[in-house]
Design a protein around this ligand. Structure first.
Ligand SMILES: [Zn+2]
Length: 204
């Protein structure tokens, strides 16, 4: 090997290293986003505009799980119809009236995530926790029946996504709504499931 060839090796190695680094950065970015499920936007489900919004400081400390106590749904159309009904109920019938649908996100029986108020707006779903929590509501009534596995998976993916996006602290606490006030929510069957999830805590 002549001297010139030897002196070229470090340069070639540097290039190889740069390419390898770039490649792993791309892989890692993909991996980090892999947890984020696609989200059906407010305009896609036909949401009304909020009458008022309050910004939320993130990352927050809690995830609070709810159920809507409505019928269940298994298609974008049927889930969207329920979302519009829930939003109308929150904005028309609550005393005082809510400025928008109360939850941060909702999960359909179709395994899709539906945008409620979104990451950066304070919700209205659990008094004393609204300013420091993400409220995720399962569409349906889960007092006796369990949600389908695709619905459970979507909720877990959304929680992981919240951590990856910096909207939720890594050492967050997971609660059922019933741990914050006297209510059956999120239903006994769903509550029994979320109690087995890693960050659930018996002590809010
Ligand atoms: Zn609830």
């Amino acid at each position: 090997m002549d001297v010139q060839a030897v002196s070229r090796i470090p340069g070639v190695m540097m290039e190889v290293c740069k390419i390898a680094l770039l490649f792993s950065a791309v892989l890692f970015a993909d991996f980090a986003n892999a947890a984020c499920p696609s989200i059906v936007s407010r305009s896609d489900w036909g949401a009304r505009a909020p009458t008022e919004t309050t910004a939320m400081r993130t990352p927050v400390d809690y995830v609070i799980i709810h159920h809507t106590t409505t019928g269940s749904c298994s298609s974008r159309d049927s889930c969207s119809r329920i979302l519009r009904n829930v939003q109308n109920d929150h904005m028309n019938n609550r005393k005082p009236k809510f400025s928008d649908i109360g939850y941060t996100y909702l999960i359909g029986g179709d395994g899709k995530v539906y945008e409620g108020r979104g990451w950066d707006t304070q919700g209205a779903h659990a008094p004393n926790y609204n300013h420091r929590s993400i409220g995720i509501s399962f569409i349906g009534n889960f007092q006796r029946s369990r949600p389908p596995s695709s619905q459970l998976r979507a909720a877990q993916d959304l929680i992981e996504c919240a951590v990856e996006k910096g909207k939720l602290k890594r050492d967050y606490k997971l609660l059922g709504h019933r741990q914050t006030k006297a209510t059956d929510c999120p239903g006994q069957a769903l509550y029994d499931i979320i109690k087995t999830w890693p960050k659930w805590t018996s002590n809010p």
